[in-house]
Ligand binder design. Structure first.
Ligand code: NAD
Ligand code: IPM
Ligand code: MN
Length: 369
């Protein structure tokens, strides 16, 4: 069995707790012979600031570039509220995404059958939900220049963020969305605000052109991003692949998370372009953050993180079977009634982060053995 090189970046807050869950599952994958990994751990975010004064050391970036895949827990937290903007914890994650060229962020929002009553929405609205948000990750207002706060002559201040998209950036993410839609139900909804933003006008135009030139077999719908947020709460099952920009994708994926029961359920894959030999740079990260309100209490749901490992098996290593077994182990675990506090029904007993990861690892072994 080939041994792949993983870089684990647990980060801050609940990051190390949910990453410990990944290590538990890596042990089970190794024991069952499904996959074998050499895993190295390093610092990112606030923990890297504490150790090196920066949220991503150059040496860590170099390791990330050399790894077969990277798994990241979460960054940030109140401890680092006072650090300079340029070196805040989140800047470490943004540098990883940008410098490794991870432009395509896939955020699947699946409502597991056992959790149809855990969503904030009625069971019939979310039962069977399976949406894939395709978020552009290295452009838009996150990276556009200028990005600054200046002082005006009267002493007041002016803050600027710049939303920028080029044809090439929109084309490549559109291809990702349409290609994935072909393997699913063949439907893409593209969300922007062409009614207010020039970048929205270009987004709609380019997505329309890519569709017409290459994907006549896929159904394309354009939706204004504000309406899309409302539709996700009104009738989410109308969507299959949802294509959108960096900022709208950030917001719409947190909305989608609550359709599945909890932000602690949503995994993601941040992928670069396919390089020679079929390889691509990739980082796998839950959609949630460092959850300072529950950090250090063994309360966090590790499923988003463990689900990100399943995406890693599938997208980085072509281990579709191992990914399926891991995802089924999560389904079995939920069907068996295991719940962390965020997905437990009123009055239902909750287990901790560690116990949830161990239950998933045991379910995985039971499926194989
Ligand atoms: P958050 O996602 O950390 O938490 C929002 C809410 O969801 C909290 O109540 C939290 O307890 C809950 N939650 C999140 N993950 C959970 C899990 N796995 N299990 C159970 N409950 C969970 O968002 P926030 O509080 O707005 O941000 C906290 C910090 O995290 C900020 O510094 C922010 O910048 C950072 N952040 C980092 C990432 C990342 O590293 N990818 C993503 C989002 C936010
Ligand atoms: C996410 C997070 C990040 C983002 C932050 C922490 C930089 O919210 O991955 O969803 O805004 O992209
Ligand atoms: Mn976010």
């Amino acid at each position: 069995m080939a041994s792949y090189k993983l870089l684990l970046l647990p980060g801050d807050g609940i990051g190390p707790e949910v990453m410990a869950g990944v290590e538990t599952v890596l042990g089970a994958l190794r024991e069952t012979g499904l996959a074998d990994f050499e895993a190295e751990t390093d610092l990112v975010g606030g923990s890297a600031i504490d150790a090196h004064g920066v949220p991503l050391a150059d040496a860590t970036l170099a390791k990330a570039g050399a790894a077969d895949a990277i798994l990241l827990g979460a960054v940030g937290g109140p401890k680092w509220n006072g650090v300079a903007y340029e070196i805040r914890p989140e800047a470490g994650l943004l540098r990883l995404r940008k410098d490794l060229g991870l432009f395509a962020n896939l955020r699947p929002a699946i409502c597991y059958p056992a959790l149809a009553d855990a969503s904030a929405l009625k069971r019939e609205l979310v039962e069977g939900l399976d949406i894939l948000i395709v978020r552009e990750l290295t452009g838009g207002v996150y990276f556009g220049e200028p990005k600054e706060i200046t002082t005006l002559p009267d002493g007041s201040k002016r803050a600027v963020d710049t939303q920028v998209y080029t044809t090439g950036e929109i084309e490549r993410i559109a291809h990702v969305a349409f290609d994935l839609a072909r393997k699913r139900s063949g439907r893409v909804a593209s969300a922007e605000k062409h009614n207010v933003m020039k970048s929205g006008v270009l987004w709609k135009e380019v997505v329309t052109q890519v569709h017409a030139a290459h994907y006549a077999d896929v159904a394309l719908e354009h939706v204004l991003a504000d309406n899309c947020a409302m539709q996700l709460v009104r009738a989410p099952k109308q969507y299959d692949v949802l294509l959108t920009d960096n900022l709208f994708g950030d917001i719409l994926s947190d909305v989608a998370a609550m359709l599945t029961g909890s932000l602690g359920m949503l995994p993601s894959a941040s992928l670069g372009a396919v390089e020679a030999g079929g390889l691509r740079k990739a980082l796998y990260e839950p959609v949630h953050g460092s959850a300072p309100d529950i950090a250090g209490q063994d309360k966090a749901n590790p499923i988003a993180m463990i689900g990100s490992l399943a995406l890693c098996l599938r997208y980085s290593f072509g281990l579709g079977e191992a990914a399926d077994v891991l995802e089924r182990a999560i389904t079995d675990t939920l069907a068996g009634g295991a719940r962390t506090a965020d997905i437990a029904a009123a009055g239902q007993a909750a287990i901790g982060t560690r116990a949830m990861a161990e239950t998933i690892a045991a379910a995985l072994k039971a499926r194989v053995g």
